[in-house]
Ligand binder design. Structure first.
Ligand SMILES: [Zn+2]
Length: 313
């Protein structure tokens, strides 16, 4: 009965994994970094693109802004297994080098390790303080809540870092056999439903009355403009941009285009933002509906685009 063997999936003997974050990875959430496949000091993700950093041993599933930590986004078990270790109690503070000593040996922050059959293990890092809901020795099913996404440990942005290991060896779930074919996703990944690959993009866009601080963009605390604002500004928060990318920003008022510009990015950056604005003349800004757009282009191709509308109070 050879027909029966055809029904065996290609990943027989391997586990399959589901997303560890209860959030849409086509936005608002996104994958910031993948496993590093480059043995040198440089870094390369599984498509030979730069969404990684040297020595990165997992995949980072990111929240767009800090306030979503407070809203509470669940971290989910990517596969069924038994809890092999937990840690909690570490503050959700954005990492800076002066915290390296405090965090030595606790770079993962608040985390959970799950042991799965046949030598597989998953580890979830940077969970929100006091959010871990499982205990050592507990059995969990795929999709069960382990805790919530935070920024504890060595994390510069809110995310859950997922490491997958087999017999102690790091495995990239997007490229389990470790053979990279540049620009192509593997057919034989470890995902039940493969998360989308976004080669950089727009995390979010917004408007304000002055060029905002990046801290406020990350925290989602940028003040909105009004008809009396000294200036009108539109900004785009970007991830995984490459040197030569172009960000097109525009803000259209009720009657006319207020501002519009193309900005060429001069270096590759994991996270950045760009803003354009215009100072107010004598009178206030007209009332009515404004439309903002941000479009990210790479080699003249649109790779991401976002819109907003607002009515100035
Ligand atoms: Zn990571």
């Amino acid at each position: 009965m050879t027909l029966l063997s055809l029904a065996v999936p290609a990943t027989a003997g391997e586990l399959s994994f589901s997303s560890p974050i209860d959030c849409d990875l086509n936005g608002p959430c996104y994958i910031q970094q993948y496993v590093d496949h480059d043995p040198s000091k440089d870094a390369s993700d599984f498509t030979c693109s730069g969404l990684s950093y040297d020595g990165h041993k997992g995949t980072d599933f990111a929240l767009p802004t800090y306030d979503m930590i407070d809203s509470g986004v669940d971290v989910l078990a990517s596969a069924s297994g038994v809890v092999a270790g937990v840690r909690d109690g570490i503050d959700d503070v954005r990492y800076s080098p002066d915290r390296a000593a405090i965090l030595k040996g606790r770079e993962c922050g608040n985390g959970v390790v799950l042991r799965h059959p046949d030598g597989w293990e998953t580890q979830y890092c940077h969970l929100r303080k006091s959010s871990v809901t499982v205990v050592r020795g507990q059995s969990v099913q795929v999709g069960d809540v382990l805790g919530q996404v935070g920024m504890s440990g060595r994390a510069e942005f809110p995310h859950v870092h997922l490491s997958v290991r087999h017999e102690g060896k790091v495995i990239d779930p997007f490229d389990p056999d470790g053979t990279i074919i540049c620009g192509e996703a593997e057919n034989d990944t470890l995902w039940t439903d493969q998360p989308p690959y976004r080669a950089g993009g727009i995390v979010r866009i917004g408007t304000s009355s002055a060029v905002p601080e990046f801290t406020d963009i990350r925290a989602n605390t940028v003040a909105f403009p009004n008809t009396g604002s000294d200036a009108l500004v539109i900004y785009a928060f970007l991830f995984g941009t490459q040197k030569g990318d172009v960000i097109h920003l525009s803000l259209q008022g009720p009657a006319e285009i207020v501002i519009e510009r193309d900005i060429t990015l001069e270096r590759s950056q994991a996270q950045s933002f760009r803003a354009i604005g215009k100072k107010r003349g004598g009178e206030g800004w007209p009332e009515g509906e404004y439309t903002g757009t941000a479009t990210l282009l790479r080699a003249d191709k649109v790779i991401d685009s976002e819109n907003l509308t607002l009515t100035l109070p």
